[in-house]
Design a protein. Structure first.
Length: 307
């Protein structure tokens, strides 16, 4: 409150700097992210403290920490900034969608999901230009938060749910069952497998992902339910190589339906029971961006392919 007793809303730009400080941790990182100088960031945040009338930062040596009031203001600021972004997006979108969308997607969704969606979008809204970048879900979330991407295609497992920062929101568009990939000469190669039956593979090498942590955590949790700790024999990124390693008798693997190569004669894919959960695919965006027409059009096209 000012000396004349009139309340003023905090400046949105300064609120955004506070959110960035919460996300990045240091004034220098905020300066590098926003293009301001470090001293300018510090001055803007000092003015923000004056605007709200309470201390937002504690100085600890050369670093700063948010006070409880600062943490609470960040929670409010995320919603305020998202609402402003959404209002601006609606105001920009009276006619057919026009604009560029930077889309980040994990590898195995690009060919079966993203490409058909782009082909459809090109026919319906040819003035929406989409740039596709391949990224793992963890990287995609960071890029969306920083503004480096506009929309993301990510996945998680129902047994390993993904935690999202408050400024991002997710919309699920697909789910897939899980399979245990085993060599085709395994005695039970043609039958489904209960999680409890995985104990017979306690002495077998398991194949995990070399980049994302979710796949590794899924293997750990499913095997823990079966009562053992898996021995990770190989870590590879290529799903084709995972299938080949299994076919060569060098391990077993948990795969979502889109990761299995059904034309192989050396691998059998045993359906896992529901206790192992499913893999879920999501569209991810900043909370206020869903109503921007180009993002709405692309998200609708992707969700339509996933159904």
């Amino acid at each position: 409150m000012t000396s004349d007793g009139i309340d003023h809303l905090p400046d949105l730009g300064r609120l955004r700097l506070l959110v960035e400080l919460h996300r990045l941790g240091t004034m220098a990182a905020v300066a590098a992210s926003t293009g301001y100088g470090t001293s300018a960031v510090s001055k803007h945040l000092a003015v923000l403290e004056e605007e709200v009338g309470v201390p937002l930062l504690n100085r600890v040596g050369r670093r700063v920490q948010l006070t409880p009031a600062g943490q609470r203001l960040v929670e409010h600021a995320v919603g305020i900034l998202a609402a402003v972004e959404e209002a601006q997006a609606e105001l920009r979108g009276a006619a057919d969608p026009v604009g560029r969308v930077r889309l980040a997607s994990f590898f195995t969704a690009v060919e079966p999901v993203v490409l058909p969606a782009l082909a459809h979008l090109r026919e319906v809204y040819p003035r929406v230009v989409v740039e596709v970048y391949e990224h793992e879900p963890e990287h995609t979330a960071g890029l969306l938060r920083s503004g480096g991407m506009d929309l993301g295609v990510v996945y998680d497992y129902s047994l390993v749910p993904r935690s999202l920062p408050p400024e991002l929101s997710a919309r699920q568009f697909e789910e897939q069952p899980l399979f245990l990939a085993v060599p085709v000469d395994h005695p039970d190669a043609g039958s489904p497998v209960a999680v409890s039956e995985l104990a017979e593979f306690a002495g077998t090498g398991w194949i995990a992902n070399s980049r994302g942590t979710d796949d590794d955590e899924l293997v750990q949790r499913v095997c823990a339910i079966a009562g053992f700790t898996p021995r990770i024999a190989h870590r590879v990124d290529s799903l084709h190589l995972v299938n080949s390693l299994v076919g060569a008798g060098l391990g077993v693997a948990l795969l979502a339906e889109s990761g299995i190569e059904r034309n192989r004669s050396d691998v059998a894919f045993r359906p896992l029971d529901p206790l192992a959960g499913k893999r879920r695919s999501f569209l991810l965006a900043r909370a206020g961006q869903w109503s921007w027409p180009p993002i709405t059009a692309l998200a609708t096209a992707i969700a339509g392919v996933g159904r």
